[in-house]
Design a protein around this ligand. Structure first.
Ligand SMILES: Nc1nc2c(ncn2[C@@H]2O[C@H](COP(=O)(O)OP(=O)(O)OP(=O)(O)O)[C@@H](O)[C@H]2O)c(=O)[nH]1
Ligand SMILES: [Mg+2]
Length: 542
């Protein structure tokens, strides 16, 4: 006999036996629940002074019997009954309320959160019989309330065509979902920033997260800023708020939640388990973009290694969160291959990757040594992602490196020769862009790529002055240069995208005087930069 779930402690053997027998009832498709089963539930519930809930499948089978306390039941995890977008769970919940009490907030939350087919509460009369029945179901639609309550009915009068009602509701959900998905396939995310600080800073950071989503082809359905006194150790934000956000996310057909911060392994696990939806953090999003954009073998290996390092502590066995984590975004796993669930195998693979990267690194060092022998000066372009680094290299050297209005368009370094008017020659290199809170795993993995920078005689720090956050971006870049011990190399600010700003309204003209103002898309605007570079290089070589 199947066992009941929940709070069974202290029950007598005879009571337990009766409870177990609740599994034996079958419900015909046109009924919510049969009267005999309802009467039995009410009777036992009345006797033990605890709520009893049952979950009935569409086939009319009693799949779960749950014992609660006097005020609530806790619906267990229901393997085999997962709600997928456009569908309901395939289980309806009928439970007892000890007195005359309509559906509670918890009941409605469960309904919306678990995507139950139906939620019903049966009030037990003073004589232990089933009385008024309160019912509710989910509402299809992206806006407005997530659920609807029906007029209360009497337990003796529940003749409703339950199955066809559920089917009609689900058909509508499926239709809406299909409409919503038409032309908008792929991931849809709810972005969440939880902050203890300045809400303005949080909003700016969320803007950047939206840009990252755009680079990763994730549609953003909504953004939320939640100010808190303290970050919740387990869920980052409060459980109540997380519940509301989850309902909102489901209602709006989101396929995932993205947190605008790095989540600890245990946080990502508890949130994923709680919201039953894919949950990723900012770092994982950046890793995903890198995985998409890496072209060279070295770049791909580096990203895969970074993803493994990041996922390894987040891997857990025997957990539903597992598949959601390893599934990656849009089903792509790390390095676009499915990550092995076995930790040991992940470690082995990581070891091999490291070796391979080391090998490529050696080759690279040899190439660099060769170049150094020719004693050609090297100028490296650095800067925040999307600042216009690749565009600058292209215009300077008439090349065609891919440049795009995307974060992290470039991952693989490229070098080109640049001949100055006075016949001197330099090598100019473009490399991966920086971002605030650059994930540590990436810094580490890209160390080999960034090593190019150590050879530079001069760094061109490209700044997009048309970006409102240009000052924070300068600070982020300088912080990273410092961490990489690159702040000792002479550097020049290149203030880019001047065509997009009105100089007369610019907030810091003084700063602009500390560098060169250019428009990387316009060759003629680069003349002052070129002559300054030539001068600096000539001087440094004397
Ligand atoms: N209006 C304007 N747009 C520019 C200028 N320079 C670059 N852009 C645009 O800015 C976007 C980003 O340029 P990229 O050269 O790809 O920037 P990046 O710094 O290499 O970016 P990542 O490689 O992604 O880090 C592209 O859409 C460029 O066309 C400029 O001077 N003016
Ligand atoms: Mg680039």
């Amino acid at each position: 006999m199947k066992k009941p779930f929940g709070n069974i402690s202290g029950l007598k053997a005879t009571q337990l036996k009766r409870i177990e027998k609740l599994y034996l009832f079958k419900t015909p498709p046109d009924q919510l629940i049969t009267i005999p089963q309802l009467e039995e539930m009410a009777d036992i519930s009345y006797e033990i002074r605890r709520q009893i809930g049952i979950l009935i499948s569409r086939a009319g089978k009693t799949e779960y019997v749950i014992i609660g306390d006097a005020h609530r039941i806790v619906i267990p995890v229901t393997p085999g009954f997962q709600a997928i977008p456009g569908k309901l769970k395939g289980l309806r919940c009928i439970h007892t309320h000890m007195g005359q009490e309509p559906l509670t907030r918890d009941d409605l939350t469960d309904l919306a959160l678990l995507r139950l087919d139906f939620m019903a509460a049966v009030c037990i009369t003073e004589r232990g019989a089933p009385g008024t029945v309160y019912m509710g179901h989910i509402l299809p639609g992206e806006d407005g309330p997530a659920f609807q309550e029906l007029a209360p009915a009497d337990a003796g009068d529940l003749s409703m065509d339950c199955t066809s009602r559920i089917n009609a509701l689900e058909a509508e959900l499926t239709r809406k979902d299909a409409l919503y998905r038409a032309g908008k396939g792929g991931e849809k995310a709810l972005l969440i920033n939880v902050t203890t600080g300045d809400p303005k800073e949080a909003a700016a950071s969320l803007d950047e997260l939206q840009e990252l989503c755009r680079s990763s082809s994730i549609a953003v359905i909504d953004t939320v800023i939640q100010k808190r006194k303290k970050i919740d150790a387990k869920f980052v934000l409060g459980k109540g708020k997380l519940t509301d956000l989850t309902i909102q996310a489901i209602q709006k057909h989101a396929t995932m939640m993205i947190f605008d911060r790095e989540l600890s392994p245990s946080q990502i696990r508890s949130i994923t388990d709680f919201v039953e939806m894919k949950v990723i953090d900012r770092t994982q999003l950046i890793l995903d973009i890198f995985a998409r954009h890496a072209k060279s073998r070295e770049g791909k290996l580096q990203v895969e290694l970074a993803q493994m390092k990041y996922l390894l502590p987040r891997l857990i066995t025997k957990n539903t969160a597992m598949s959601r984590l390893t599934g990656g975004i849009g089903g792509r796993g790390p390095g676009e291959t499915k990550l092995e669930i076995n930790r040991r195998r992940v470690r082995d693979r990581a070891g091999r990757l490291k070796k391979e990267i080391a090998r490529i690194r050696k080759q690279r060092t040899q190439q660099r040594a060769k170049r150094n022998r020719h004693n050609i000066p090297v100028i490296s372009i650095v800067g925040y992602t999307n600042a216009g680094k690749s565009t600058l290299l292209n215009t300077l050297t008439q090349s065609k490196i891919a440049a795009a209005n995307q974060l992290f368009a470039t991952l693989d370094p490229s070098s080109r020769r640049l001949r100055f008017p006075r016949e001197t020659e330099v090598i100019i290199t473009d490399t991966v862009g920086f971002i605030q809170h650059l994930p540590e795993e990436l810094m580490e993995a890209f160390h080999a790529t960034l090593e190019e920078l150590y050879d530079a005689d001069l760094l061109l720090h490209v700044v997009d002055i048309s970006n409102q956050r240009y000052k924070q971006q300068i600070a982020s870049v300088e912080k990273i240069l410092q961490e990489l011990d690159l702040d000792t190399i002479p550097s020049v600010y290149v203030f880019n995208k001047q065509d997009r700003i009105d100089l007369s309204e610019f907030d810091d003209i003084w700063l602009l005087n500390q560098g060169v103002l250019v428009s990387a898309t316009r060759k003629e605007s680069l003349k002052p930069l070129v002559s300054q570079l030539e001068e600096m290089i000539t001087k440094s070589r004397q």
